[in-house]
Ligand binder design. Sequence first.
Ligand SMILES: Nc1nc2c(c(=O)[nH]1)N[C@H]1C(S)=C(S)[C@@H](COP(=O)(O)OP(=O)(O)OC[C@H]3O[C@@H](n4cnc5c(=O)[nH]c(N)nc54)[C@H](O)[C@@H]3O)O[C@H]1N2
Ligand SMILES: Nc1nc2c(c(=O)[nH]1)N[C@H]1C(S)=C(S)[C@@H](COP(=O)(O)OP(=O)(O)OC[C@H]3O[C@@H](n4cnc5c(=O)[nH]c(N)nc54)[C@H](O)[C@@H]3O)O[C@H]1N2
Ligand code: SF4
Ligand SMILES: [Mo]
Length: 742
Amino acid sequence: MTSPCKSIQSQCPYCGVGCGLELMPPGEAGKSVKRDAEGNPMWTARGNKQHPSNLGQVCIKGATVGETLAKGRLTQPLYRPTFNDDFQPISWDSAFDLLTGRIRSTLSGKGADAIAMYGSGQFHTEDYYLAQKLLKGALGTNNFDANSRLCMSSAVAGYTRSLGSDGPPCCYEDLDHCSVAFLIGTNTAECHPVLFQRLLKRKKRDPKGLTIVVVDPRCTDTAKIADHHLAIAPGTDLALLHGLAWLVIEDNGFDSDFIDAATEGFSDYAKTINTWTAEETAKLCGITEQELRDVGRLWSRKAGILSLWSMGVNQRREGTAVVSGLINLHLLTGEIGKPGAGPFSLTGQPNAMGGREAGGLAHLLPGYRLVTNPDHRSEVEQAWGLASGSIAAEPGLSAWQQVEAMERGELDLWWVAATNPLVSMPDLERVKAAMERCPLVVVSEAYADTETSHYAHLLLPASQWSEKSGAMTNSERRVTLCPAFRPQHGDSRPDWEVFAELGRRLGFVDQFTYASSAEVYSEFAALSASRICDVSGLSHKLLNEHGPQQWPFPLGHEPTQAAKRLYVGKRFPTANGRARFQSDAPLGLAEPPCEIYPLVLTVGRYLGQWHTMTRTGKVKRLNSMHPEPRLEIHPSDAGRFSIEDGGLAAITSRRGTLTARVSVTDRIRKGSVFLPMHWGFTQSEACEANTLMHDQACPISKQPELKATAVVVAPAVSVMQPVEQQSGRLERLRRKLIPALR
Ligand SMILES: Nc1nc2c(c(=O)[nH]1)N[C@H]1C(S)=C(S)[C@@H](COP(=O)(O)OP(=O)(O)OC[C@H]3O[C@@H](n4cnc5c(=O)[nH]c(N)nc54)[C@H](O)[C@@H]3O)O[C@H]1N2
Ligand SMILES: Nc1nc2c(c(=O)[nH]1)N[C@H]1C(S)=C(S)[C@@H](COP(=O)(O)OP(=O)(O)OC[C@H]3O[C@@H](n4cnc5c(=O)[nH]c(N)nc54)[C@H](O)[C@@H]3O)O[C@H]1N2
Ligand code: SF4
Ligand SMILES: [Mo]
């Protein structure tokens, strides 16, 4: 652990902007020692001026992270053989004995594929790397997936399909250079606030030099600053993108030199977009032809277009096709690989990027390698000192496929780490029922009372950010070292250490012996050599001495703060060096509105809450920003369904019903309603939005369509509590869980 007397530099553990934070020890920031609600002395955070990604800026979540770290922590391993038993404290030694025993009996019984792990973009790179090494290398199953499957996997698949490799090509400086910011399916103001502020400042400084377009069915805080807000009907994005391409061609606004020199597939693409006339497109998207034409003209100008996108694009059953549709426009206009231009996915979580680099999805191996590629498998087997054929040749189960496998009774062990699927997965009642069928559910968690903990047999206390050292990569491919600067809570241990110890106990002593997380990072870094995401020149030591660095960073590379872009030479990492136009026909929503369920529910985020509230829900200031979840509904729909502002509504989909208090607002488009995702069944204001969502996913990226489901609303007279609260299950479990913690 680093000396606690001086300020510490790290990366914010919340969103993928990956701001640099400076953390001041208790008593150093002001005169008196700040304390959290439980009286613990508190570290305070501010933006790190030296960090190139945020230049000293910070948002309210980053600034209050110090208040979240100590409260309500899980401090020792707990076990119960069945959900009807009480949790009992057990030692780590017994926990490892239990795990190795069950793993060995599964391996000799159903086989390795009856084990699966579901990890998270909130892992450090070292946690990720060892988790997937444990499953893919030691156990011989590719069933390691992460919540990035619900988040960035359409971006991963879209980049790979269109450009030949994953990896966002842009950098944050492009926000200062672009003449058009094309924001699609991103509420940047609430979800990537420091980037939004950078854009806003630029707009104020140079109103004519920057045009902002926002494509979103809601008039979010992001859309409020837009010059053009296209409030399209949900799920019509691909049609919109094809329609914009049609206009670019009509205007002669394409870049034929770029198309000839650097792409393939243009003639098929031209045929596909030919049917998306301005008139057709505007009609399908529910906007005016003029609105569409105004934005089409901006693309034709080719004067520095930067596209930013997030979950409104990725969380679709045609997510990969929409990402490719957006990249198509950049290829058509040659707007890629130069300052202020390019397709730029805004990563959700602080280290989903590091996870992708480290092989943290069921189809990947470290260094953006693929499990289906025999050369890639053999390179990794050699590096890991494993016999040829040790790594399975088929992709493992993706996040939702793991749930389906439990439903079929095919999983003997499901290990959830650093994610809270009983809030964040679709169709929650199905997930709960599936977990009840699984003989051993292991949950590695930093906090005690999370929704998923209530459905665990074995709870393992995890050290979290600030208590373990590791690297994270942000959206602009910048790697920051996050050092340990606070002590462990009780018996909690870093995730990577737990995975390493289990590997050794399973007999892989050489493969899993590390003196520190720095050694884990070095092994991963070496394996990335000569791949596009090459970080072989990086180490904890270099990052500590020279600060954050962007990749590619090959061995011997000099540390630099100068921003880097990919594909500046118009060459792409495909077999023939050309980027590929994709010609997908738009499909629209998997569950479109109908007579019985006439509205489209979309589920997203509030500025002051992070996901399932295990951390931000502990901060008074943040809770007071959003005291409760609200259903947003348009005044005309409210009238149609007799819903009143401030009243209660019952929201019903094909999968269930819940109640929520209502905000009648024209922020939302007619025909759509919005709920936040944050409030799970442990919250007194519980509103389990995902009980309503369906599981249909993009066939390429396997990312579920978490942004849209068909619902009907009606006035409600009383609050409907979640099953766990109604049945007393929550209290019963808490009584068992919490005494065991004391
Ligand atoms: N405050 C806060 N910030 C966060 C997070 C958090 O929990 N809280 N989480 C982080 C993570 S992991 C992620 S992934 C990002 C998510 O960041 P965002 O994707 O920006 O956030 P969301 O609110 O999920 O959804 C974005 C927008 O998609 C719109 N949308 C819905 N349907 C459609 C559609 O059909 N087309 C289009 N074009 N738009 C549509 C919604 O109206 C919403 O405004 O935020 C990160 N930052
Ligand atoms: N309908 C709908 N559903 C969605 C979304 C949506 O937009 N709409 N968004 C999806 C997206 S993009 C995402 S990213 C997911 C997010 O959903 P989750 O991943 O479920 O959300 P978090 O609350 O971030 O969960 C992280 C968990 O890890 C714990 N934790 C923190 N640090 C550590 C650590 O170091 N080690 C361990 N072991 N545990 C730790 C936290 O306490 C918390 O319980 O939700 C998805 N679900
Ligand atoms: S913008 Fe994101 S990374 Fe930056 S301080 Fe806020 S939550 Fe943290
Ligand atoms: Mo995410």
